[in-house]
Design a protein around this ligand. Structure first.
Ligand code: FEO
Length: 396
């Protein structure tokens, strides 16, 4: 259902209620997603972004409700990732003479995906394009979250179209932030930030400062996923400033896996130590928890305590993907600690501490290793580990 989001500016995107895994199978999307595309009518007609390829026909049908797609003059491709550019071949089939406006990095990535001789117009920050009564101004937003991402500002309507920034994977037939459950909205927005944008937080901070310094009047922020921010639209910019600063809550996440419950008992005893220090915590069993949800919790929290039994002189394989994420996402301002059980060799804590070092997460308590099932003194050492981490959390 198309929606006019500002005068002569239409959402012509698609709601994907069913998708539960994104980026292949890398990212969970419990609440589905949307692929937002925007049609701007002026003396020239502009389409900003398309949709994921399998939904191209729906995009064309939506455009057709407003104009004949053959009449498109300009297609702005703010980002080459195929959830937004996948519909380009179909759009360009209908409008072969349209100019494809891209960032400089976008030219390379869009061409690299489609290998088509479209008429490209690369732009850079500050470039303006008159489309009639109003102008489009482009702002490169490299690494929010690919090198090619670009914002598009429509003067006269004060609409800032922001590509992946400020979006969420959140399927809804309501288009605006004031129409949806705020808790759900922010759960999805922070999950998006934590799992996708965290490594680029320094660049996010700089880009937000640069955009705010332009003093553009902004009535609407229109991302390429999820809802459109019209009520206090800058609220999501302020949230991004807060998230980019990575000042975690004074709390802890305990992540473990277990074969016969020994490491689980240790995790729970560590929780008792944190509780004794008044530090809130959450425990996640890696084998049965959603990886992206756990990463979101780790993003929010100060302490990351990880436990694994020793298996084949290493870690349980369910723990290792999240260690890879910890390294790649480059979480800042964390503290860590390791624990684990073993039968005859006991290397797991060494591996965990090596991973913490690689992730530049300082270890603030001596690791606890328990042989076979933990005895009462092992659990006492776990409680002590929890207390020490709790003190570090409170001190931080
Ligand atoms: Fe939503 Fe980076 O694509």
């Amino acid at each position: 259902m198309i929606t006019e989001i500002a005068k002569d500016v239409y959402w012509v995107g698609v709601v994907d209620w069913a998708i539960r895994k994104f980026h292949g199978f890398e990212l969970s999307t419990h609440r589905g997603s949307t692929y937002n595309a925007y049609l701007i009518k002026d003396e020239k007609t502009v389409l900003v972004d398309t949709v994921w390829g399998p939904f191209s026909d729906r995009l064309i049908a939506n455009i057709r409700e407003i104009i004949d797609p053959a009449k498109l003059d300009i297609v702005v491709a703010t980002h080459a990732e195929t959830d937004h550019s996948g519909g380009l071949p179909v759009v360009m089939h209908y409008a072969p003479n349209a100019t494809v406006v891209v960032s400089k990095r976008g030219r390379e990535s869009v061409e690299g995906h489609y290998h088509q001789p479209w008429k490209f117009q690369p732009v850079q920050t500050g470039d303006k394009l008159s489309i009639g009564k109003n102008d489009l101004t482009f702002i490169e937003a490299a690494m929010l979250h690919w090198p090619d991402n670009m914002f598009t500002y429509l003067s006269g309507r004060n609409v800032l179209i922001t590509s992946d920034a400020f979006g969420e994977h959140y399927a809804t037939d309501f288009r605006f932030n004031d129409q949806v459950d705020q808790e759900e909205l922010y759960e999805e927005a922070i999950k998006y930030y934590a799992n996708i944008l965290t490594p680029y937080s320094n660049m996010v901070s700089k880009k937000l400062a640069e955009v705010l310094a332009l003093n553009l009047p902004v009535d609407v922020i229109a991302p390429s996923h999820g809802i459109i921010w019209r009520k206090d639209p800058l609220q999501i910019v302020r949230k991004y400033q807060e998230w980019a600063a990575q000042k975690p809550e004074k709390s802890a996440v305990i992540l473990f896996d277990t074969m016969w419950n020994a490491t689980r008992l240790m995790a729970e005893a560590i929780g008792e130590g944190l509780f004794a220090e008044g530090v809130p915590y959450k425990i996640f069993h890696a084998a049965v928890s959603d990886r992206n949800d756990v990463l979101t919790e780790i993003f929010k929290t100060k302490a990351v305590i990880i436990g694994s039994p020793t298996l084949n002189q290493g870690l349980l394989p369910t723990i290792t993907p999240i260690l890879e994420d910890l390294k790649g996402l480059k979480f800042q301002n964390k503290v860590g600690a390791a624990f684990g059980s073993y039968g005859w060799s006991g290397e797991s804590i060494k591996h965990l501490e090596e991973h913490f070092a690689e992730c530049k997460i300082p270890v603030v308590a001596e690791a606890v290793l328990a042989k076979w099932q933990p005895k009462e003194d092992d659990l006492a050492r776990c409680r002590e580990l929890g207390r020490k981490v709790g003190l570090a959390v409170k001190a931080g």
